[in-house]
Ligand binder design. Structure first.
Ligand code: ZN
Length: 138
């Protein structure tokens, strides 16, 4: 089991099953949502996900649609603002950011996405595959 929680500790969750490798997404929206150079995104099986506590503290923000569905949605703790897992369109996966995990997810970063929107102040220093826009689902 892999556990995660928010900054204030009000919200915690657990995942049974294996997680996907981590996609480092440099999209402008992902940078704003995290405050970082990129969002370390990964997917968990929805059937293996459960809130351990604080589900009632979770809010969802849906950004205005830019080009085409699905909408850009972010879940967060209403008390501390930590980004939290959210069900992906289709309901098969839950998407989350690796930084809120308390345990080792057992996976590593495997590619960069949305490099067309990369921050000017960050230089990639690895040899992982790079995608200008949205890469295919792993
Ligand atoms: Zn919190």
């Amino acid at each position: 089991m892999i556990r995660g929680s928010c900054l204030c500790g009000a919200v915690a969750f657990e995942i049974e099953g294996s997680l996907t490798p981590i996609q480092l997404c440099h999209a402008a929206r992902c940078r704003k949502a995290t405050g970082g150079a990129f969002a370390p995104e990964l997917l968990a099986p929805a059937t293996g996900f459960r809130w351990a506590r604080g589900e009632d503290r979770v809010s969802v923000y849906e950004a205005p649609l830019l080009e085409e569905p699905p909408a850009y949605r972010r879940a967060f703790c209403r008390t501390c603002g930590s980004p939290l897992p959210i069900e992906m369109p289709g309901g098969v996966f839950v998407g989350l950011l690796a930084g809120v995990l308390d345990d080792d997810p057992g996976t590593q970063p495997f590619r960069h996405a949305f490099l067309r929107q990369q921050a000017a102040w960050y230089t990639i220093e690895d040899e992982l595959p790079r995608f200008e826009w949205r890469p295919p689902r792993p």
